[in-house]
Design a binder for this molecule. Structure first.
Ligand code: 9MG
Length: 274
């Protein structure tokens, strides 16, 4: 299965790893903007060395209760990082984690090859930005908004509802001229979902493959893993690797993770023993 994104082709015959690069003040140094860009670029280069097949760069946290960031602030955070990585001619595609069409546009102009949208291209203008480009897109499902999504998530049938949303957004992309081989789908673990919803979705991953697009799974360090292990966010490495391995065995093609080295090694073992 080949995924087309800008000048890159990702081969998903084996599951691949997307390394997370959060360009937010709490992620990197508080020594000002230049230091933040340098630290983010350094981190991104380390993730490539560790085997990341994609870098996901984000300037606004999507954690539950996260404070929204202005358009100007988000652009100032992510665009210089993308420009610096493109100037180094890195061998992997850059994904921009945003729901804002203006950030998508600027990131693509700066050299990003994938749009990773936790709102699934629902913002006015987002679909058009992707359709006019040659970027790939990841459509993710979220119930509600990050500020409130974990207060009382509710579904009649979480698997059917998430699948219908992804199918609808995929069809919208196809109708807008975005080829199927540029579309990735993601059930959105932790985004307006209880522990039971997350577990139901994880078990149903093979059903999502029926939609004919590669599947992205992001469970790394998420609170559902904290609920299962009792561990704080900085002690969820083993749980995150276990979640990535199970997801890969259930049919996930791209694993969005913080801990690239450990996940890449674990996936090599999955590939060898399968
Ligand atoms: C930005 N972001 C945070 N968690 C994510 C997830 O699970 N999937 C995708 N596509 N993006 C995510």
């Amino acid at each position: 299965m080949l995924f087309h994104c800008g000048r890159f082709r990702l081969n998903f015959d084996q599951p691949q790893v997307m390394g997370i690069v959060n360009v937010t003040p709490d992620s990197f140094s508080d020594g000002g903007q230049f230091q933040q860009v340098d630290a983010a670029v350094h981190h991104a280069l380390t993730l490539i060395e560790q085997g990341a097949a994609v870098l996901d760069i984000g300037g606004e946290s999507t954690r539950p209760n996260a404070t929204p960031v202005s358009l100007t602030e988000e652009l100032q955070r992510v665009v210089p990082v993308i420009e610096a990585l493109v100037a180094r001619d890195i061998p992997v595609p850059i994904s921009i984690d945003t729901y804002k069409p203006a950030v998508m546009q600027a990131a693509i102009a700066a050299g990003a090859s994938i749009v990773n949208d936790v709102r699934g291209l629902q913002e006015p203008g987002a679909l058009e930005v992707v359709a006019k480009s040659d970027a790939g897109v990841c459509i993710m499902h979220m119930q509600g908004m990050p500020q409130t999504m974990q207060l009382d998530p509710h579904y009649e049938d979480v698997v059917a509802e998430v699948k219908l949303f992804l199918q609808t957004q995929r069809d919208m992309c196809l109708a807008a001229g975005i080829a199927q081989d540029r579309i990735m789908l993601d059930p959105g673990f932790g985004f307006g979902k209880t522990r039971a919803h997350n577990i139901a979705l994880a078990k149903a991953l093979p059903e999502f493959s029926e939609l004919g697009c590669p599947l992205l799974v992001g469970l790394s360090r998420k609170s559902v893993l904290g609920q299962m292990t009792g561990n704080d966010v900085d002690a969820r490495l083993h749980a995150s690797v276990a979640a990535a391995v199970i997801s890969a065995m259930q049919g996930a093609h791209l694993l969005r993770v913080h801990d690239v080295k450990a996940t890449v090694e674990a996936l090599k073992v999955v590939a060898a023993l399968k």
